[in-house]
Design a binder for this molecule. Structure first.
Ligand SMILES: NC(=O)C1=CN([C@@H]2O[C@H](COP(=O)(O)OP(=O)(O)OC[C@H]3O[C@@H](n4cnc5c(N)ncnc54)[C@H](OP(=O)(O)O)[C@@H]3O)[C@@H](O)[C@H]2O)C=CC1
Ligand SMILES: CC(=O)N[C@@H](CCC(=O)OP(=O)(O)O)C(=O)O
Length: 333
């Protein structure tokens, strides 16, 4: 018998991707999948891509989850903390929401509002020392999707003293699935198609998370909604702190990371190459005019940005090889 797994928020985009990654894996036995408004529907009606998965979505709440060894929470912000508190201490939990990512209650109040639930182990295994912390944790806070793309690009440069932490500028585009499955006027096809639109300019909630994970002290993030279902492309620029080759710093930092690929010189990341994978593609250079370091980062927001990352963390928590059930390679065209 495999590890008994339950998914809360299984009718959402991240939940659906979790079910796709977990189902059929011999290491995992899916014992429950819960939803809110979609409870009572068959999974393959809500997620047609999962035709053949014979499961009915259960009602939200702790009861269907309490028997599992591992629970993934893929719920709206503010919903996971109360639910997690009702689960037995020995149930391992990976929270895909933001409730347990931040250390600072003031930052939580400023960017999310409401009560700060406290910090869990941050679920980004590629940060130095983090793989070991995740492996011994029973509660892990998965990363935000922009946060993982930007942190992977920036953290090694700041740690190596190659980038100045006080002046980081990021412009990042995301596919529409990043906003979740709920019906929102600005996500109607007729509004999104043929359009690129910035949103939450200067106020995005991932800024404190990225600063906490990278050591950046000043960071400007402009998110852009792009007319595609999946993918994040982040362009990160920073002033150099000393004259080192940013590409070499990144290549050394991720030499042993199976899901982070620093592309050969001259090849630049693009979202389509990462779709369906748990990989993040990086490339870096020095701007010939301003001298700023430029790093471009691409990933699938539902893969390394959410469900893939959550499974990678769960693999570590259960002593499985980190790559189990996850694809390093994308789907194309
Ligand atoms: N989408 C992405 O790219 C990423 C998402 N995340 C995070 O993962 C989490 C899930 O995101 P995503 O899948 O996109 O969101 P969706 O809106 O697609 O799904 C939300 C899920 O939560 C359920 N739900 C809604 N309200 C409640 C409630 N009050 N109580 C219990 N369950 C509820 C929904 O059920 P029902 O549909 O049945 O009403 C659905 O299953 C969020 O915290 C998000 O920020 C993190 C990184 C990336
Ligand atoms: C396009 C879009 O709206 N994207 C979402 C990304 C959300 C995400 O990564 O998750 P968390 O909310 O869990 O941090 C946003 O910008 O808020």
């Amino acid at each position: 018998m495999g590890i008994r797994v339950a998914v809360a928020g299984a009718s959402g985009y991240a939940g659906g991707e979790l079910l796709r990654l977990i189902s059929g894996r011999p290491e995992f036995e899916l014992v429950a999948a819960t939803a809110h408004s979609q409870a009572g529907h068959r999974v393959d009606v809500v997620h047609p891509q999962l035709a053949g998965l014979d499961l009915v979505l259960g009602a939200a709440g702790p009861d269907p989850l309490a028997d599992a060894d591992l629970v993934f929470l893929a719920l709206p912000h503010g919903e996971s903390a109360a639910l997690a508190a009702q689960l037995p201490a020995d149930v391992r939990i990976v929270d895909l929401g933001a409730d347990h990512r931040l250390a600072d209650p003031y930052q939580w109040a400023q960017y999310y509002g409401g009560t700060h639930a406290g910090q869990w182990t941050y679920g980004l295994p590629e940060l130095p020392g983090q793989r070991e912390l995740i492996a011994s944790a029973t509660r892990v806070a998965n990363t935000g999707c922009y946060a993982v793309a930007i942190t992977l690009a920036l953290a090694p440069l700041i740690a190596a003293g190659a980038a100045q932490p006080a002046d980081v500028v990021v412009v990042a585009a995301s596919g529409t699935s990043g906003a979740g499955r709920g019906v929102k006027a600005h996500l109607l096809a007729s509004e999104v198609m043929g359009d690129l639109s910035p949103y939450r300019v200067g106020t995005h909630q991932h800024v404190p998370e990225i600063k906490q994970a990278t050591g950046a002290t000043g960071l400007s993030l402009t998110p852009v909604l792009a007319p595609m279902p999946r993918g994040i492309l982040a362009t990160v620029t920073a002033l150099p702190a000393r004259g080192v080759d940013p590409q070499a710093v990144l290549a050394e930092a991720y030499a042993d990371a199976p899901f982070v690929h620093v592309l050969p010189e001259g090849r630049w990341p693009h979202t389509a190459a990462t779709l369906g994978s748990n990989s993040c593609h990086l490339q870096a250079t020095v701007d010939v005019d301003s001298g700023r370091l430029i790093v471009v980062s691409a990933l699938d927001n539902l893969g390394k940005g959410a469900a893939g990352q959550a499974v990678q963390n769960a693999n570590l928590m259960f002593g499985l090889p980190e790559t189990t059930g996850l694809s390093v390679y994308g789907v194309a065209p």
